[in-house]
Design a protein around this ligand. Structure first.
Ligand SMILES: [Zn+2]
Length: 253
């Protein structure tokens, strides 16, 4: 083999090794036992029950909000004033489209308008423009990623029933677990927060009077919070995780 041939192979090997080291160091930046709680659909129980309980435990969370037909039915959904209160109490508000529309059914302009609908309400309520998005019904659409990005979305959560690996997963497709009203499934999901993986949970109303098929009972929810506290999990919003990763990245540099 020629000298140049060897040099090429050596350079390729070094590039591959440095990529692996980079991935490895990012994986190491995520400690075990980080759980992200996300709550979808602007259910009124998020305001009346979930947030006060999370505060009691000192846990963070992201609330992905939208308006459903029937809004503002105060027996089912939060008002924008109540959403503002969640923000003032330290929780993150995320965008779930204005009207819970699957994004593969939207043109780029309609998706922009759906995102802007939530942004305008946030602006009126002095809530920062959401940087995190949750796909309605977990339906993703790669042709619309640029719209999400240009509207200021940093990461987007979907379903998938698996843990999130920040070192290797695309942040525009953050996977999550939806354990519903099943405590064992919730605990099984939580326990996957290790080895560079973060457990992201998607929860709807506790209970969910608007969509009972995705409800979680207060008993199951509180048992899950007790489990998280007992085993010393860190419970964050999506924004908390991003800030942590950014900080870890800048220390590394
Ligand atoms: Zn939803």
């Amino acid at each position: 083999m020629t000298k140049n041939g060897w040099r090429k192979i050596r350079n390729q090997t070094l590039t591959a090794m440095s990529c692996l080291l980079m991935l490895n160091s990012l994986a190491q930046k995520v400690p075990d036992k980080i759980v992200i709680l996300t709550f979808d659909d602007g259910c009124v129980s998020h305001y009346t029950y979930v947030a006060p309980l999370l505060k009691k435990y000192g846990f963070g969370a992201t609330f992905f909000v939208c308006e459903f037909p029937g809004y503002p039915d105060s027996t089912k959904y939060m008002s924008w004033k109540q959403i503002q209160q969640l923000f003032r109490e330290g929780f993150e508000i995320g965008n779930h489209t204005g009207h819970h529309t699957n994004i593969n059914q939207l043109s780029p302009d309609s998706l922009r308008e759906e995102l802007a609908f939530v942004n305008r309400h946030c602006d009126t309520e002095w809530i920062p423009k959401p940087i995190n998005f949750a796909y309605p019904a977990y339906v993703t659409d790669s042709s619309n990623l640029d719209v999400l990005r240009t509207m200021g979305i940093h990461s987007a959560r979907t379903g998938g029933e698996r843990a999130y690996h920040p070192a290797t997963d695309n942040p525009m497709y953050v996977p999550s677990f939806t354990p519903g009203d099943n405590l064992q499934k919730t605990i099984d999901a939580i326990r996957q927060a290790k080895d560079g993986a973060v457990a992201v949970l998607t929860i709807h109303g506790v209970p969910d009077s608007a969509h009972p098929w995705v409800t979680t009972s207060p008993a199951v929810f509180e048992a899950a919070l007790q489990y998280l506290r007992k085993y010393h999990y860190r419970v964050w919003s999506m924004r908390d995780l991003q800030e942590y990763l950014d900080k870890a990245g800048s220390i590394e540099k």
